[in-house]
Design a binder for this molecule. Structure first.
Ligand SMILES: *[C@@H]1O[C@H](CO)[C@@H](O)[C@H](O)[C@H]1NC(C)=O
Ligand SMILES: *[C@@H]1O[C@H](CO)[C@@H](O)[C@H](O)[C@H]1NC(C)=O
Ligand SMILES: *[C@@H]1O[C@H](CO)[C@@H](O)[C@H](O)[C@H]1NC(C)=O
Ligand SMILES: *[C@@H]1O[C@H](CO)[C@@H](O)[C@H](O)[C@H]1NC(C)=O
Length: 510
């Protein structure tokens, strides 16, 4: 439980100078991570992820339910939509793992009773569930990088372990994969004989991300051929590969944590609530705080389990934790997200944290485009056409922030961010047209390249920093790839007054 301890330090120690570096952080539900909450949208029009600047407070309870992402309704997915005749060249997806058992335990209370074995007799279920379980039984045929081969490929404890993926989490990702399967079916993204290089799967070493990734992959490519799958291991939750070293990033994170701490201790309602809850359970306030009760309470809420109660006794007031107390903690977290956006410290951290991932994403797009131009795109051994990165909230939240999607909701369970690369149909050049008119063959100009970015199925391309200013009514209905490339290669470092990752990372504190 080293990671839980690290998270605890981050949340609750004042002496932030001693904080361990970011990439080893475990997720801290709703706490440090960013993304903001689509505030005014709550309850009113659930479809709008990006409401106008908000004037009213969100409802902390309904917001928490949307975080659960209970798979009980059909979802809109705008993936795969483009002007007619555009060709889909590649898709890169980052997901947050699905619903999981708490990472923290509230002392003196009973743990929520949740069964983490998979069964179609339990809700929520999925038509693919049994086939998925069978398919995972053959997983030893896949290629597993480093230690991934020894991570269980299915959750399978009748009493969930801490942080274990639940059946809900599996179903969430079977559904995600299936949604994208539908969305991309007619675009023939992958050749039927796709090669191991064309489908790239990467995950952290946690069972919940590995299992989430496999459920997604199964929904996307039912009965996929195991021998063509390699699961790559990302050691850092930032998916920064070999470019994780960035001293300045950690300084930005520490500043952000100091801001967060100051805001929290100035919230008297929150402090009173923690004290009340601690009294009910017979704990010291700081013991309760360290147990990060919101994590466990969210699990109760998402699974329809009533909040924990304890009998009165010596030094224990007794009683149950209440929805009102839960709402106060959630309200403070939403305040924190709003304050974080205003302060901008987290955004600086996020830009440095996610550059390596974005740089890889951009490089892949360029390679795929180059291969396509050379007409090699359907050959085995071609570049990655589909990438799946199975990650955590501490990955997805900085990704959203780095892209400038500050108003996006905090990544719920099984959240997904999708990058699509499109090519417009070859245009006929002016002079060529004239010549063609005189009976010569028209010379086709190669199509242009565009990106789309989607968050939980919603097209957010024109909310990103690199395409916010793009005039959609102009000739180009999508966002040009070059906007994204110059953003990643240079422009994104403007917020830290630098022009490159190396420059920004090596800067001395000033
Ligand atoms: C889905 O589940 C959520 C949370 O349990 C609940 O609030 C909502 O009413 C359910 N929706 C449907 C359509 O059943
Ligand atoms: C789950 O665990 C049980 C008991 O250890 C075992 O019998 C069963 O085969 C496992 N199921 C899967 C799908 O791994
Ligand atoms: C960024 O990507 C390029 C390839 O496009 C690579 O050469 C470079 O090393 C990458 N930089 C970092 C810091 O990851
Ligand atoms: C930005 O960086 C340049 C060159 O490194 C420096 O001269 C300038 O003072 C910096 N500006 C701010 C606002 O830090």
């Amino acid at each position: 439980m080293v990671s839980a301890v690290a998270a605890h330090l981050l949340l609750f120690l004042v002496s932030v100078n001693l904080i361990p570096i970011a990439p080893v952080l475990e997720e801290r539900p709703f706490q440090v991570a960013d993304g903001g909450v689509g505030v005014a949208a709550l309850g009113k029009s659930r479809k709008r992820v990006f409401p106008m600047p908000h004037t009213e407070e969100p409802n902390p309870i309904s917001e928490a339910y949307s975080y659960c992402n209970t798979p009980n309704r059909t979802e809109q997915a705008w993936e795969g939509h483009s002007p007619a005749d555009y060709k889909l060249l590649s898709v890169q997806v980052m997901i947050r793992h699905g619903d999981r058992y708490p990472l923290y335990y509230i002392p003196k209370t009973k743990r929520p009773a949740i069964d983490c074995t998979l069964s179609t007799n339990r809700k929520p279920s999925h038509p693919l569930l049994n086939a998925f379980i069978r398919h995972m039984g053959q997983g030893s045929r896949g290629h597993w990088e480093s230690t991934l081969g020894s991570v269980p490929r299915l959750p399978n404890h009748s009493a969930c372990e801490m942080g274990e993926l639940t059946q809900t989490g599996v179903v969430q990702h079977l559904r995600n994969g299936q949604l994208l399967h539908q969305a991309y079916k007619r675009h023939n993204l992958l050749p039927s004989d796709w090669s191991p290089r064309q489908v790239w799967v990467e995950t952290t070493g946690k069972s919940r991300t590995l299992q989430s990734g496999l459920a997604f992959l199964y929904g996307f490519l039912p009965d996929f051929d195991w021998t063509r799958v390699t699961a790559r291991h990302q050691w850092s939750t930032l998916f920064c590969g070999s470019a994780c070293d960035c001293p300045a990033r950690n300084r930005h994170l520490e500043e952000e944590q100091r801001r967060q701490y100051r805001l929290r201790v100035s919230d008297t309602e929150l402090e009173r609530t923690y004290a009340d809850m601690a009294r009910t359970l017979g704990l010291l306030t700081r013991q309760l705080r360290a147990a990060n009760p919101i994590d466990s309470l969210l699990c109760h809420l998402c699974h329809g389990i009533s909040f924990p109660c304890v009998p009165a006794g010596a030094g224990i007031a007794g009683g149950c934790l209440t929805m009102e107390q839960f709402a106060v903690i959630r309200r403070q977290q939403l305040d924190d997200e709003a304050d974080r956006r205003r302060a901008g410290l987290y955004h600086k951290y996020a830009v440095l944290a996610m550059y390596p991932y974005l740089n890889r994403t951009a490089a892949k797009m360029e390679r795929v485009a180059r291969d396509n131009e050379a007409g090699r795109q359907r050959r085995p051994g071609g570049e990655e056409l589909f990438t799946l990165s199975s990650a955590h909230d501490v990955t997805v939240a900085p990704l959203l922030s780095a892209l400038g999607l500050e108003e996006a909701r905090f990544p719920r369970f099984a959240a997904r961010v999708v990058f699509e690369l499109w090519k417009s149909p070859p245009a006929t050049q002016g002079p060529a047209k004239k010549r063609a008119g005189r009976g010569e063959k028209a010379k086709a100009k190669d199509g242009e390249l565009f990106v789309r970015v989607l968050y939980n199925g919603e097209d957010v391309t024109f909310h990103t920093s690199f395409c916010r200013a793009h005039d959609r009514r102009a000739r180009q209905p999508l966002c040009p790839l070059k906007n994204f490339l110059s953003f990643v290669r240079r422009d994104m470092f403007g917020v830290v007054n630098a022009t490159s990752y190396q420059e920004a990372c090596s800067r001395r504190p000033g």
